[in-house]
Design a protein. Structure first.
Length: 325
């Protein structure tokens, strides 16, 4: 059987009545992303439930202690005084991007349809990003009229599953995000929103806010990797908010001129641009994305022979590419 790496859903719990302390044993593989000096990375976190704080550290085998105490974030707000309209956060939406890279051409965002966006730091003091190879990414668009894009480098699986959710692609077997969504509903909670809260070195932190069904005042907060939190938010159809300071300091602006094709009226009165019409040419980037998606879906569904075939086709395609353009 396949071993799905990621969040620990059911840890082993040992209780000590005399000390009043619960020990949570976490054991299992944990997915790790290579640390880059780009400042765009996800993170691993813990769990905070109202006044009960569970701090979870991921590793091969570690023990975490949880006790009853008051928990708060950097600005001192607890789950009880949570405000959805907090002025420190701004709404965002998911952009259909699949990769980011930094090189001689600058910072580039590769879209799902094969287009490329050349970007520059929104913050003039952001400096020059070091060169690095293409990496899967989730890109958020800040919805305040500024046009800022907020990229986060993630693992390939969350990126592919997010694009599948955005485009309503049906997957035969449920993913971990479908399971988490169903668990939230079965426990009598509703997803409220997701927030990208802060960055510590190269790692971003995210929080998922849940409310008890029928009680807006009872709030539960989970610390998650941004890739997991955003995937859950899209499936639960809840807002995704980004800390304003992060958005303006780490965000990117598109600097490549946008070419607008002339519009041509059709007989039925509808208007389409040239970008809406297929040009009959093979899009290698779209083909590569399809191969990656098919390979990962086959692996999740435990169709390993099919996954191996998709992998071989993907390797053949990538071997023909001399550079990422």
């Amino acid at each position: 059987m396949a071993a799905l790496q990621g969040l620990v859903i059911c840890p082993t719990v040992r209780a000590s009545k005399e000390a009043g302390i619960y020990n949570v044993l976490l054991k299992g593989p944990v997915m790790k992303a290579r640390i880059l000096k780009s400042g765009f990375l996800g993170n691993k976190g813990g769990i905070k439930v109202g006044a009960l704080s569970h701090q979870v550290r991921m590793g091969k085998l570690r023990t975490s202690h949880c006790s009853y105490s008051s928990s708060s974030n950097d600005n001192g707000s607890t789950a009880e005084n949570f405000n959805e309209n907090d002025g420190e956060y701004v709404n965002s939406s998911v952009v259909e991007a699949v990769e980011v890279k930094s090189g001689s051409d600058g910072f580039m965002i590769k879209m799902r349809d094969g287009k490329h966006l050349r970007c520059a730091h929104n913050n003039p003091q952001g400096g020059h990003l070091p060169d690095y190879a293409p990496h899967p990414a989730i890109v958020l668009k800040i919805e305040d009229g500024s046009g800022i894009l907020f990229p986060i480098i993630v693992l390939e699986m969350p990126s592919v599953l997010l694009m599948a959710a955005v485009r309503n692609v049906e997957i035969a077997r449920p993913t971990v995000y479908h399971i988490m969504k169903e668990m939230i509903e079965k426990m009598g909670y509703e997803a409220k929103l997701v927030r990208i809260t802060k960055r510590v070195h190269e790692a971003y932190f995210a929080e998922l806010y849940l409310t008890k069904a029928g009680s807006e005042t009872e709030v539960v907060t989970f610390d998650l990797r941004p890739s997991d939190a955003i995937n859950i938010a899209v499936r639960c159809k809840v807002p995704i908010q980004v800390n304003k300071y992060l958005a303006y300091s780490d965000g990117m602006r598109v600097v490549q001129p946008i070419k607008v094709a002339p519009r041509a009226p059709l007989s039925d009165g509808m208007l389409f641009t040239e970008l809406d019409r297929p040009d009959g040419k093979l899009c290698k980037e779209a083909k590569e994305f399809d191969l990656v998606r098919n390979m990962l879906i086959a692996a999740v569904e435990e169709r390993y022979r099919d996954a191996a075939q998709w992998r071989d086709k993907l390797n053949q395609l990538r071997s023909k590419k001399h550079k990422w353009a």
